[in-house]
Write a protein that binds this ligand. Structure first.
Ligand code: ADP
Ligand code: MG
Length: 382
């Protein structure tokens, strides 16, 4: 009996959302054989809700009494984590509701939250078997405590706002993510197939990326000194800057750094206009179990890591990126540029139908978007 090993006094149950259709369809078996057996040993209480349709978990998250639960654990991919967080944040009492800590047991095709939590806890997790990963994570959650986690608030066109915990993808990563949806039954392997398919027919995207560098990156210059970064001096005087802060009507908060999407970016932002093959803005260190995109990123570092590749990188080097990512060397690749930021704006300049933008793995309308980090807005279980 390992009761005495468990260092928590919180006797409330976990609320578990189980998506039977996520990834390669293993969620129910993982729950039954890995999670339940571990939690029985550890004397962890839980209540399971099987999701029957898209947005089911969001609807339930809008109504539950959060104080009744030690945390919410999703047995699915990142899509269901996104639903739960956005459900909690759409409540009138979101400030309290979003305090309920969130966890994930990997059962989807991309599992950024659980992979990141395991990585940040220095767990020597198994790449080979999703069953072993589920056992490890159920043990971790049994002894876990809530820890603060940043979110990223994103404005789309038409005054639409979403809250992201993981990433914003554009160009190649987004294309692979979206186009490989039909291969979800392959689990994470769908991304490998998708990447190879996309590389054979590599698309380039014109765009403008603007950002407010984090304090330690104020003097950002591109890796290749021939590349241009535009300074936005002269856009706003400091008085104008104060007046034009963007308001999020859903959360009823004023952004610290964002101005309305149809206005220029402030003076202290930098802009890069070019052709790109890849762009990802990430809030967690891993996008999936074998994709360590930003190894230094923490749950609550108050920043977002922008990573991008410009047109001109040889195809073989781009393929190599996926291997680099598996080994935690993504940012060391010669063709990757990266910068830690507090806020960013992405403006595709290619017209309207030609690309994908994905937020936490969900496709959003193609067009300009911007985001700002919301430090420690949510909580995770670690
Ligand atoms: P995956 O990594 O396999 O895509 P996700 O957790 O991202 O796993 O789930 C994909 C989508 O499935 C989510 O956006 C969610 O809304 C939806 N979903 C949840 N439950 C069901 C269900 N019972 N049937 C179909 N879709 C569902
Ligand atoms: Mg962060």
């Amino acid at each position: 009996h390992i009761d005495h090993l468990i260092v928590t006094k919180d006797q409330r149950p976990f609320l578990v959302f189980l998506n039977p259709n996520s990834g390669s369809g293993k969620a129910s078996k993982l729950m039954l054989y890995q999670v339940v057996s571990m939690w029985k040993l550890a004397n962890v209480k839980f209540k399971i809700i099987e999701t029957n349709f898209a947005n089911h978990a969001k609807e339930v998250s809008q109504k539950i009494e959060v104080g009744n639960y030690r945390g919410i654990i999703v047995i699915s991919g990142d899509g269901l984590v996104f639903e739960v967080l956005n459900g909690l944040l759409s409540r009138p009492d979101w400030k309290d509701a979003i305090k309920v800590p969130i966890g994930q047991i990997a059962a989807g095709s991309a599992n950024g939250l659980s992979s990141s939590i395991a990585f940040l806890s220095n767990e020597n997790f198994m790449y080979d078997k999703i069953e072993n990963f589920a056992t490890l994570m159920s043990f971790m959650y049994a002894k876990s405590n809530p820890v603060p986690m940043d979110l990223v608030s994103i404005q789309l066109q038409n005054q639409t706002f979403v809250n992201s915990f993981l990433n914003v993808e554009w160009a190649m990563v987004a294309d692979v993510d979206f186009e490989s949806e039909q291969f979800r039954f392959l689990g994470g392997f769908r991304f490998v197939l998708g990447a190879i398919r996309r590389l054979m027919n590599l698309r380039k995207y014109r765009g403008r990326i603007s950002f407010l560098p984090a304090d330690e990156m104020k003097n950002y210059t591109p890796k290749d000194s021939n590349l241009k970064v535009l300074r936005n001096t002269g856009n706003y005087s400091s008085e104008e800057l104060e007046e034009k802060r963007l308001v999020n009507p859903e959360l009823n908060i004023e952004y610290r750094f964002l101005k309305p999407l149809d206005e220029k970016v402030p003076n202290d932002w930098l802009t890069i206009e070019d052709s790109f093959v890849m762009f990802a803005a990430v809030n967690l260190p891993l996008m999936g179990i074998d994709f360590i995109i930003s190894p230094e990123t923490k749950l609550n570092d108050g920043s977002i890591m922008l990573t991008f590749v410009r047109d001109g990188a040889p195809k073989l080097r781009i393929l190599e990126l996926f291997n680099d990512a598996a080994k935690g060397k993504f940012l060391e690749n010669k063709y990757i540029e990266f910068v830690k930021v507090k806020a960013f704006r992405l403006e595709p300049l290619d017209g309207h139908e030609c690309g994908n933008i994905m937020i936490d793995g969900e496709r959003v309308p193609y067009g300009p978007i911007q985001g700002e980090v919301l430090p420690q807005f949510a909580r995770a279980l670690q």
